[in-house]
Design a protein around this ligand. Structure first.
Ligand SMILES: [Fe+2]
Length: 204
């Protein structure tokens, strides 16, 4: 199989994140798909040719992790952006983060702070599907630091390419505010419910 562009995930008409910005970013996302497919094929060919133990194969496998996670994280990111969806303050997500952080506002403050980490990367709110506990993490490179067995429920790209069309290099705080005003909370709630419903959550 090959991976294809998930056009249905492309957001438009956001508040404070322009369509030009999204279009520019979308082209980068397409590049991750192209590279993931190309590397997958190269790895298959190398295995068939008995090159599976070579340094070249190992380098390409590591590269595949970067491209593949770049693809999937962008799908989570674009898929959780939509203008005009209100958060249900009595819903499961608000309840879960209030239990973990003390209140919804404290969770939001912590998530924004993760996004302001002095690095390129991602702020991700994960749910531990075994316990239902939610936590915020900062992931620097796409493939390094994702939490094994946890499910992303809200993903925010804070690589500079995510906001440089609309803001300058110092504009990350404004971008984070814009991001948080465009979250598709319906998607977040669904991801949370789906994660908790999975049989794999038991980790046995
Ligand atoms: Fe990105």
């Amino acid at each position: 199989m090959t991976y294809t562009v998930r056009e249905e995930l492309k957001p438009a008409g956001l508040n404070g994140i322009s369509d030009d910005q999204i279009n520019d970013h979308w082209n980068l996302y397409k590049g991750y798909i192209t590279q993931s497919n190309a590397l997958k094929e190269q790895l298959e060919t190398m295995r068939e040719n008995g090159q599976g133990g070579t340094p070249e194969y190992m380098d390409r496998r590591r590269r595949f992790g970067f491209e593949f996670c770049g693809m999937t994280l962008h799908e989570f990111y674009f898929g959780n952006l939509k203008a005009g969806v209100n958060l249900d303050e009595n819903g499961a997500f608000a309840k879960a983060v209030s239990e973990s952080f003390g209140s919804l506002d404290k969770w939001k403050e912590d998530f924004a702070a993760a996004g302001k980490s002095r690095s390129i990367g991602w702020a991700i709110c994960y749910v531990d599907p075994m316990t239902g506990d939610l936590n915020n993490h900062f992931i620097q490179l796409h493939e390094e630091g994702n939490i094994a067995g946890f499910n992303p429920v809200l993903v925010m790209d804070v690589w500079e390419h995510a906001y440089m069309v609309d803001h300058k290099a110092g504009g990350r705080p404004d971008y984070i505010n814009a991001f948080l005003s465009n979250v598709n909370w319906d998607v977040v709630e669904k991801r949370l419910a789906d994660a908790k419903a999975q049989g794999s959550a038991k980790r046995f």
